[in-house]
Write a protein that binds this ligand. Sequence first.
Ligand SMILES: Nc1ccc(Br)nc1
Length: 446
Amino acid sequence: AQSHTDRGGGRTGALAPPPFADEVQKIDVNPPKGTRDFPPEDMRLRSWLFHNFREVSRLFGFEEIDFPVLESEALFIRKAGEEIRDQLYCFEDRGNRRVALRPELTPSLARLVIQKGKSAPLPLKWFAIGQCWRYERMTRGRRREHYQWNMDIIGVPEVTAEAELLSSIITFFKRIGVTASDVGFKVSSRKVLQEVLRSYSVPEDSFGRVCVIIDKIGKIPVEDIKKDLKLAGMSKVAIEDLLQVLSIKSLEKLEEILGDSGEAISDLRQLFSLAEKFGYSEWIQFDASVVRGLAYYTGIVFEGFDREGKLRAICGGGRYDKLLSTFGGDDLPACGFGFGDAVIVELLKEKGLLPKLDHQVENIVCALDGDLQGAAAAVATILREKNQSVDLVLESKPLKWVFKRAARINAQRLILVGLDEWQKGMVSVKILSSGEQYEVKLVELE
Ligand SMILES: Nc1ccc(Br)nc1
């Protein structure tokens, strides 16, 4: 029997009374749990944010790319215990394929780089803005989707690439009014970790897993961190030493521990020297505890944080020189970052930096009686062909209604099409800010 929705009669299934023939079930008009709608006001803020993402990408000479939100699940199956894997929004499609809503953009970018192969001359400087997904038990009530801006440089092994990426993010912050007093970048290199782990003969294939564990410092109790590191095969003394190294906040101190001949130190010294030349030294600081939660980083890593410490990481990224070979491609040096659309808005709210973005239209055009609706359409078309925005009143409305709508849509001019004027080839124009009103020949309307 057709199952019926329980309408409070307490009975469902075959025994429930059949619904009234014309009763329509009201659908839930809210978006699915953890997702957002973007009604006009919210969409204006998102478009403003994305416009700034795109403008900075343009300033840095990056090309925009895009890929499907749906990918083969295999792209994201990594065995390092990452949260991003535990929360993969994956399912079997009607063709029995294992697919997933992408949780991040970098694997798709890597897939596209391999696909393009030698036809894409290096270095590649690509950016994308895409919606990313996670399936999280709603118990934590967190979002399941967000938009990320990614910038990636493929084919440059030097840390000049990381320095350029940091410069692009700082350029973005400056454009929207965020300063080095509001936000900073913690910068480190996974080679620091690597050098410590190697000194304790921790197997290379545990590296990604150890990084994912270390990234949880400050998020879970340190005893759990130590337990997980032990499970990952580290000795007690190695764990204590590693945690000691991770608490280092200066390159001088790090050099004392690791010496000055390792790659970690030379990469970091070069990066901080380049930061000086770029003029953004005040924005960055060395912090050995930064490892980021993605297993594939291999070198410099960084994350943007709010100096008041109220918010989660604003953005993050780093070098991932070995990602392509995990998909069967030839490895290429690569680095990039992800910048989400949610934490930045929380920061702008905190700092009173949210832009005021109203809907605006240059003209509202209205026929003064029904027979002139066609004439009004002609006037609207003439204005639009002159690249002027027009809200055309589409039905017969009292003037009071027209003025009210003009105010609501912030129209600059009201164009009235009246019979007497039209017969003279003219229309009436009212500048709504000043109240000035005049008649003008249609052919002279601009
Ligand atoms: N990876 C990921 C995807 C979606 C959200 Br919301 N947060 C993180």
